[in-house]
Design a protein around this ligand. Structure first.
Ligand code: UGA
Length: 361
């Protein structure tokens, strides 16, 4: 019997590296795994075929849409510090480079599950008339992006236009598609640490863990009042597997995937992480916090979302899915992963703050 084949673009990234092993296990399928870097994707399962390439390289889209009946596209530059520093690359990665993929999937009747972003909702939850709402809804919310000089929104705008392109191919040219809007998915192997294996500013989780590992103050942008709802990557993987199993129900749908029960402010996240870190590394320096302005931290062009909470009613209904992992439950594994990978590489700050692997529970 021939196994089914799924192409995963961005297979070596954070979500891809969790998704690929789960797909192989659950569906016993072959995977065309495309990425420029596979360090996060462990294992040597013969069913995973690694293609080290950029999606925009000639032949890549041709090859994956010829071989697979389903493409999951995850590639993007999805780190806010990049939106206002290299906006053109951000637009290319989320829009220009993916246009040929949408076209080819349409022409070859290949199903597309495309990862968009919760950033498309913009600054806060509003309805289509701009009136405030509690949560962000796929089909009812307006998208409140800031002015053009606030380059933060280049990413959201590119992602939104890509959603519209996919939507139009579905409506008018019969593309079988689903769009995912992930809400702050976190887990082991997430972002790099600045100065260790990358440069610049990663997302908040890696920023805070880096500061805890280095014994530096956690930097709360504008006091850390902004609110996010964090979801475990395991819940994301579970939802994507259910989407694959329910092609008809998911066809032409945009789905929020997130965990509204894990909503808290960024300052609260910092305190929670610090508490968990102190339990795992008892001799670490007590956490300190520092308030910084967005301008100091990110520079010109940054803007922010005050509160980002998903309405997941549609995903619940269509997929019979419910995110399960609470924030407190997921943090120890994430911290252990970072401590194991980076503890030894972080220079000790003082005699009080060594990070011996042995002290990791
Ligand atoms: C980002 C991406 O833009 C989204 O596309 C993506 O879906 C989302 O992360 C995600 O992780 O899923 P955002 O939540 O704004 O969006 O990104 P973070 O860099 O994680 O920042 C969260 C909040 O923490 C922001 O308000 C930021 O200003 C603040 N922050 C960040 C700090 O207070 N201190 C830091 O050291 C870093």
């Amino acid at each position: 019997m021939t196994r089914s084949r799924i192409a995963v673009l961005g297979a070596g990234g954070f979500i891809g590296s969790h998704l690929v092993p789960a797909l192989v296990q659950r569906f016993d399928c072959e995977i065309d795994a495309v990425d420029v870097d596979f360090q996060k994707l462990a294992g040597d399962d013969p069913r995973v075929h690694r293609l080290q390439a950029r999606v925009e390289e000639p032949g890549v889209v041709e090859e994956v849409t010829r071989r697979s009946r389903l493409v999951i596209s995850l590639t993007a530059l999805c780190n806010p510090a990049l939106y206002s520093t290299i906006p053109l690359e951000v637009i290319d990665a989320s829009f220009t480079h993916l246009l040929p993929l949408v076209k080819r999937c349409t022409e070859r009747n290949v199903r597309l599950i495309h990862f968009s972003t919760a950033e498309v909702y913009g600054r806060r939850a509003v309805d289509a008339d701009g009136e405030p709402t509690q949560q962000m809804h796929e089909d009812d919310s307006g998208c409140l992006l800031g002015p053009v000089h606030r380059e933060r929104w280049t990413y959201a705008c590119a992602k939104q236009l890509m959603e519209r392109v996919i939507w139009a191919h579905g409506q008018h040219q019969n593309l079988e598609f689903s769009i995912v809007r992930p809400f702050n998915t976190i887990g082991p192997r997430m972002d790099y640490l600045p100065g260790v294996d990358g440069e610049g500013i990663p997302r908040v989780l890696a920023c805070f863990i880096n500061q805890l590992l280095c014994g530096e103050p956690l930097r709360l942008v504008e006091g850390g009042r902004q609110r996010r709802a964090f979801m475990a990557v395991a819940d994301m993987v579970d939802a994507v597997c259910l989407m694959i199993e329910r092609p008809q129900a998911c066809r032409g749908q945009i789905l929020n995937l997130g965990n509204p029960n894990n909503e808290l402010s960024i300052a609260e996240l910092g305190h929670l992480l610090a508490q968990e870190f102190a339990e795992l590394v008892p001799r670490s320096r007590p956490a300190r916090f520092e308030h910084v302005s967005a301008l100091q931290f990110y520079g010109e062009g940054y803007d922010d979302t005050d509160q980002r909470v998903p309405d997941i009613g549609k995903a619940r209904r269509i997929l019979g899915w419910q995110p399960k992992v609470g924030l407190r439950e997921m943090l120890p594994d994430i911290l252990r992963d970072y401590i194991e990978r980076y503890g030894a590489r972080i220079p000790s700050q003082s005699a009080r703050s060594p990070l011996p692997q042995a002290s990791v529970a």
